[in-house]
Design a protein around this ligand. Sequence first.
Ligand SMILES: [Zn+2]
Length: 298
Amino acid sequence: MNDRPALQQLTEDVWAYVQPDGGWMINNMGLIARPDGLTSVDVTSTERRTRDYLDAIEATVGGRVQRLVLTHAHPDHCNGASLLPEAEIIAHRSVAEELRAPHAVAPQIFTPFDQGSAEHRLPTIVFDESVTIAPGDRPIEVQHPGTIAHTSGDAYVWLPAERVLFTGDLVFNGGTPFALSGSLRGWLRALDRLAALDPVTVVPGHGPVGGPELLEPVRVYLSFVLEAAADADTRGLGPLEAARGLDLGPFAEWPERERIVGNLHRALAELRGTTVDMPTAWQDMYEYNGRAPLDCHA
Ligand SMILES: [Zn+2]
């Protein structure tokens, strides 16, 4: 894979825009051309990165982005929406709620990055279960997985004619999955639903494009976190303490491994029926990272 973000053609009129290295705030986008215009799956974290994406569309595909589907409310996937001021924005109802009241992350948690003028816009069309764009013989299906998973308002985009699946952050490829704002058990159910679609091409929220084999490592990692949380619960450990004593095994090689702390915050809260204190969860990831800002290359 090239180390520059690039549009990768998947079928005659479907592309993925893949941004290496897929780390914090460096997500992928999708682009689907239909006779009535272009649909973008997500935008990205900064003005510069979103402008590069729009320039790549102009140079390679041409035409206007008529619609933007937001796969969830995280800022990397939503920030650039202000650079598409005319586009319809389609998202799950929860995305609208979360974008109205985002949880703030203290600025010192990440290495600094320049967001430029990019900022999110609120959805113009919301759905609860699913919505089909461009119905006909090549529909674009936008579906909620029926459960809280990576977040409460996840959407994946499924092209049944092409068997292409844009997962948003329901799949990370190569980086550590992040469940702090979701549900680990729900996420496992969501993966079952994605597998049942029987996709040929899977575009993850972060990392290189692949096939259905991308789902399994996410499942294995989430199951590992659930087991670690059950063990920590038995021993009466908190998330940071549990993470520090945990051998990540093969997952130690994955980038953003500090996400284990946020993931344990969520998994333990689910086990204990408590809520997560988000500022503490972020601060604990910072502590786990050697009291150093999390590495963000956005
Ligand atoms: Zn996300």
